[in-house]
Design a protein around this ligand. Structure first.
Ligand code: 8YV
Length: 313
């Protein structure tokens, strides 16, 4: 019997492609020079779509694959998948929650420490030989004991807060609603910003949070604030962020996500008080293996007629 066709929207590690190929005929959209022509050629044989957090699936893709009744996302964020369009077409959507939470929280702290403690600058200072010529490097900024504000206290926000407890920080957060946690609640990012030294954005992406960290929030940050984003570029007013980095209101920033990835605003590369990361927060071998396995579990469940392990509500 022919294997069902699977549209693979974005590149996946070989171990996932091999596992998927055991059950599916893979149609690799990311290798196609002309996406529309590729979808026109293979669309009718496609029975499932595998996509990624940042790539999503739009109605045109769904319409080009009318037999596809599941979109399995390799990532927790489904903001780039048109969920109403999927629902209207009777297409189930799954994602990979939980398995990546701790790695994303690690990345938030890695960016925080890298920026505040000037790790990339120190590395260059040693490698270039400047240390031997000029002596000690400039002083950096302390992290432990500071006041941390978290925008979005979901699974990842809470994992960041747990790490912050270990750093002796006081913790505050903003979100849609107050949670049962011993941290100070502020109803908006703009209310949170002036209360904290460090501001970490970990809210989910999507229409509901587009521009949530707005100009008012960024301008309300204390001068010298440290800013980290591990959620989605869309959550932050990027023009306001750039202005605050330029003016020094934000002393240092660690950014894993941007508007228009991967063709991000080139101005970021000109800032020496910013550490840039290529949307890599879930990018460890361990977590990516777990994400791939969970995506495959969902696809298998769909084709076996079992309940989906992690459906998107
Ligand atoms: C990406 C992510 O999906 O989980 C998410 O929402 O953004 C990431 O984990 C990952 O980079 C795979 O491309």
């Amino acid at each position: 019997m022919d294997k069902p066709g699977l549209l693979v929207v974005g590149i996946l590690p070989d171990w996932d492609l091999e596992a998927l190929a055991e059950r599916f005929t893979l149609h690799k959209l990311y290798e196609a020079p002309d996406r529309a022509a590729f979808l026109a050629q293979h669309g009718l044989s496609i029975r499932a779509i595998s996509t990624k957090g940042e790539l999503g699936a739009d109605p045109a893709m769904m319409d080009a694959c009318p037999q596809a009744k599941i979109i399995a996302c390799y990532g927790v964020g489904v903001d780039a998948i048109d969920l109403p369009a999927a629902r209207a077409r009777g297409i189930a959507v799954t994602n990979t929650p939980d398995v990546l939470t701790e790695d994303v929280a690690d990345m938030a702290f890695a960016l925080l420490l890298a920026t505040a403690r000037a790790i990339p600058e120190g590395d260059a200072y040693v490698r270039s030989g400047i240390w031997a010529k000029r002596g000690p490097m400039r002083l950096a900024t302390r992290v432990w004991g500071k006041c941390l504000g978290i925008v979005g206290l979901g699974r990842i926000g809470r994992a960041i807060a747990r790490r912050a407890e270990g750093f002796g920080m006081s913790i505050a957060y903003s979100g849609r609603m107050r949670k049962d946690v011993p941290y100070a609640f502020h109803p908006s990012p703009a209310a949170l910003a002036p209360q904290v030294d460090i501001f970490i954005v970990s809210a989910a992406g999507g229409a509901a949070t587009a521009g949530l960290v707005d100009r008012a929030a960024i301008e309300a940050l204390n001068p010298g604030a440290i800013f980290v984003n591990v959620s989605r570029g869309s959550v932050v007013d990027e023009a306001a962020l750039i202005a605050a980095i330029r003016s020094g209101r934000i002393a240092v920033a660690g950014l894993d996500v941007f508007h228009n990835e991967p063709a991000i605003d080139p101005v970021f590369a000109t800032f020496d008080n910013v550490v840039l990361s290529p949307h890599q927060a879930s990018g460890t071998v361990e977590t990516r293996k777990a994400m791939g396995a969970l995506m495959l579990d969902n696809l298998n469940a769909h084709f076996d007629g079992r309940p989906l392990p992690t459906p998107v509500a």
